[in-house]
Design a protein around this ligand. Sequence first.
Ligand SMILES: *Cc1c(COP(=O)(O)O)cnc(C)c1O
Length: 352
Amino acid sequence: MSKFWSDTVKRLTPYIPGEQPRLANLVKLNTNENPYGPSPKVLAALQAEAGDTLRLYPDPDSVRLRETIAGYFGLETANVFVGNGSDEVLAHVFQGLLKHEQPILFPDISYSFYPVYCGLYDIAFSNVPLNDSFEIDIAQYQQPNGGIIFPNPNAPTGCLLALGEIERLLQANADSVVVIDEAYIDFGGESAAPLVKKYPQLLVVQTLSKARSLAGLRVGYALGHPDLITALTRVKDSFNSYPLDRFAQAGAIAAMEDRDYFEQTRQRVIASREKLGVELGALNFSVLPSGANFIFARHEHRDGAELTAALRERGIIVRHFNTPARIAPYLRITIGTDAQCALLVSALREIL
Ligand SMILES: *Cc1c(COP(=O)(O)O)cnc(C)c1O
């Protein structure tokens, strides 16, 4: 604390990202990055961008990228907003679309950045409990609200909500914005993107950090009615006109265009996830059904914090959350390559 701090800064409880260790050689299964590198076409696009034009500002509106994303989803450019990672997109969403009289709603177990944004922008929220199977129960969201947001699949549980349920929620909630954070949707879920044309209160947020292997490039986007996109653009242009640099725009276009590579890598991750789930089950873990590139699992007898520490001693890092108490027994394990998953399983076998 310092007298120089604003009251806002004094009150903040910042988000703590998963560790990015400096040690090489660690098996890094803690922040849901893709174990496979980005498409070679992305790397070529980045190389082509390294030149004289870097002295010029990038396109502030990222028009070519937005056109590419719109084409991918069968939408218009006016339906697409892009930002410096979906975290930045989400920040603008909280400030521009979720700050109203009524508290916003999100699950009690969910992406832990949401309450942080509420703190930053002074937004009241109310947590809606997941059911006993750690699932989102749409019926619980039928109450007055200033907006609704949750990830699908949810984080850190990996549980997927069927698209029909999301449509039911939209039908019951026409008067406030519903944000579906689809950071992990490409690992087995059905995107709500096609519903954007039908529901003007729906905003779908996606990222290139997970299924497109570009966490280091920082690109995320939102799909929604042009009125919602205009709100986000107004916030962006009051904050940073150039959130995506030339590399980010060029690399993201190439990533969205290379569908074959995307298809191959995501199928590999899905196959490894199914295999790892079975192997953990054989070691007496109970594993929640996952539609994501991670698994949320607890051991019958061993504590989550203890297992995390024991894995770390063996050079494997996974993510553990102390709160809420209901998830403290769980480990969140990112799906690595098959070789990394095998190292994890043999380390667990040793520990147990
Ligand atoms: C990873 C993640 C994000 C953020 O992704 P970036 O685009 O890298 O900022 C957003 N929401 C959820 C639920 C995530 O897991």
